[in-house]
Unconditional design. Structure first.
Length: 137
């Protein structure tokens, strides 16, 4: 698990700033608008609730995911000066970490991660991607 978290941390520090630099403020607004559409937000909330329930059920300490959220929020905010975008992206990474911590695999969450890995801020309809999230990182 530590090795996977290290890979994720490396991605956050090295790749996330590059991804953000490829977007304009107008692009950020479009991403936020699209994420607020039911086609994305309903599915995101379903996933969030499932992961949250598993965290509670397994009595997982949220320190690691909270630290990741905070780190991502500060990084994104320092680059974009956009608190809404920073919240959305930090929540994505927090949910990814929590999914890894519970050793659960959710195909929609795999797709969310793969968008970041491709250098894209996720916002559209995501198809489910089979596989183990830990292997995709």
């Amino acid at each position: 698990m530590e090795q996977i978290l290290n890979k994720l941390n490396f991605f956050i520090e090295k790749n996330l700033p590059i991804i953000l630099s490829n977007y304009t403020e107008d692009d950020f607004d479009m991403v936020l608008d699209q994420r607020d559409q039911d086609s994305f937000s309903v599915r995101w909330m379903e996933m969030f609730d499932i992961v949250k329930e598993k965290i509670i059920e397994d009595k997982i300490d949220k320190t690691v995911s909270d630290n990741c959220r905070e780190k991502v929020f500060k990084l994104v905010y320092s680059i974009t000066n956009n608190s809404d975008l920073s919240s959305y992206i930090s929540d994505d990474f927090g949910m990814i970490v929590q999914s890894l911590e519970t050793k659960q695999n959710y195909f929609w969450l795999n797709s969310l991660w793969l968008e970041y890995k491709k250098g894209i801020l996720p916002y559209a309809n995501l198809l489910e991607t089979e596989g183990e999230l830990a292997d995709l990182i």
